[in-house]
Design a protein around this ligand. Structure first.
Ligand code: ATP
Ligand code: MG
Length: 247
C-alpha cells in the first residue's frame, strides 16, 4: 500500500532524510524507532506534504498513486492520516465543525455522499465513547487548552471519524497516563488493525507496542533505516539502546 523508495528530503536546505526505503502492505503495522533528531517526524511531514519539506530524490506511492505529486488535502482524501507529535491548536473552530468539514470534504472528493449533521454526530459520538473522550471536548475549539494526553486522545477520535487507509502516528503514546495508553492502544487496534489498512507507528518506547503489536520494527538513524526486524527488535533496543546500531 505504501511504498517509499530512496527518499531524500531537506528542510531549509539541510538534508534530513538520506535514502529511506520502506514498504507497508495492507494489513501490516510497522513501528519506527530511533534517536532524537533522526528524521522520524520529518518523514511523516514529507509524506503528509507539509510545506517547507522538500523532496530532493526518491519516491513515495500510496496504492500506486504518486503521493508526492498530490496536495496535502488530496493525500488525505487518498486515505492518508497523520497524527502529530505536537497536535496543533485551532482557536475559534470547534472540533465537531472541523471534523465534519474535513470528513465531508474527503467524502466529496471520493464521490461519496456527505454526512448530514445528525449522521455525523452519531459517528462522532461512537468514536468519542470508544476513546473515553467526553462529547463536551468535541464541542470545544480544536485542542485549545487540552492537556497533552487529551490532545492525543482527540487525535485518535479524529482518526476514528476520518477512518483512513494508512495512519502515520507520530509519538501518539507520548504524555499518556498508564490507563490512557491502554485505551489509545486498543483504539488504534479497533480502528486500524484490519486487512485493508496500514499503520506506521513512530514511538520511543516498547510500552505502546505491548498494546499495538507491530509486524515489523525499523530503526531510523541519521535519515536512513539502518535496521529492520520483528517485534523482538523493540525489546532489544529497550535493553541495549541505539549505541551499536546508530553509531
Ligand atoms: N526547519 C528546520 N530547520 C533546520 N533543521 C530542522 C528543521 N526542521 C527539522 N530540522 C532538523 O531535522 C532533524 C530531524 O528532526 P525530526 O523532527 O524529524 O526528528 P525526530 O526523529 O522526529 O526526533 P524526535 O525523536 O526528537 O521527535 C533534527 O536535527 C532537526 O533539528
Ligand atoms: Mg519527532
Amino acid at each position: 500500500m505504501l511504498k517509499i523508495n530512496n527518499l531524500h528530503a531537506e528542510v531549509d536546505g539541510k538534508p534530513i532524510l538520506k535514502g529511506v526505503d520502506l514498504t507497508i502492505n495492507a494489513g501490516e503495522i510497522h513501528a519506527i524507532m530511533g534517536p532524537n533528531g533522526a528524521g522520524k517526524s520529518t518523514l511523516s511531514y514529507v509524506l503528509a506534504g507539509r510545506p517547507g519539506y522538500e523532496v530532493t530524490e526518491g519516491s513515495a506511492t500510496l496504492d500506486g498513486e504518486d503521493l508526492l505529486a498530490l496536495e496535502p488535502h488530496e493525500r488525505a482524501a487518498a486515505g492518508l492520516f497523520l497524527g502529530f507529535q505536537y497536535p496543533v491548536e485551532i482557536p475559534g473552530v470547534s472540533n465537531l465543525q472541523f471534523l465534519r468539514t474535513a470528513l465531508n470534504a474527503q467524502r466529496k472528493s471520493r464521490g461519496e455522499a456527505e454526512l448530514s449533521g445528525g449522521e455525523f454526530l452519531k459517528v462522532a459520538r461512537a468514536q468519542a465513547d470508544g476513546l473515553g473522550l467526553n462529547m463536551d471536548m468535541l464541542k470545544r475549539p480544536v485542542n485549545v487548552g487540552f492537556s497533552g494526553g487529551e490532545k492525543k486522545r482527540n487525535e485518535m477520535v479524529q482518526m476514528g471519524i476520518i477512518d483512513p487507509k494508512l495512519a502515520i502516528l507520530d509519538e501518539t503514546d507520548s504524555g499518556l497516563d498508564i490507563d490512557a495508553l491502554r485505551v489509545i492502544g486498543e483504539g488504534i487496534n479497533r480502528i486500524m488493525r484490519t486487512p485493508e489498512k496500514g499503520v506506521l507507528l513512530i514511538t520511543h518506547y516498547q510500552r505502546l507496542l505491548d498494546y499495538v503489536q507491530p509486524h515489523f520494527v525499523h530503526v531510523l538513524a541519521a535519515g536512513r533505516i539502518v535496521r529492520s526486524g520483528g517485534p523482538e527488535l523493540a525489546l532489544e533496543l529497550e535493553r541495549e539502546g541505539y549505541g551499536a546500531i546508530a553509531a
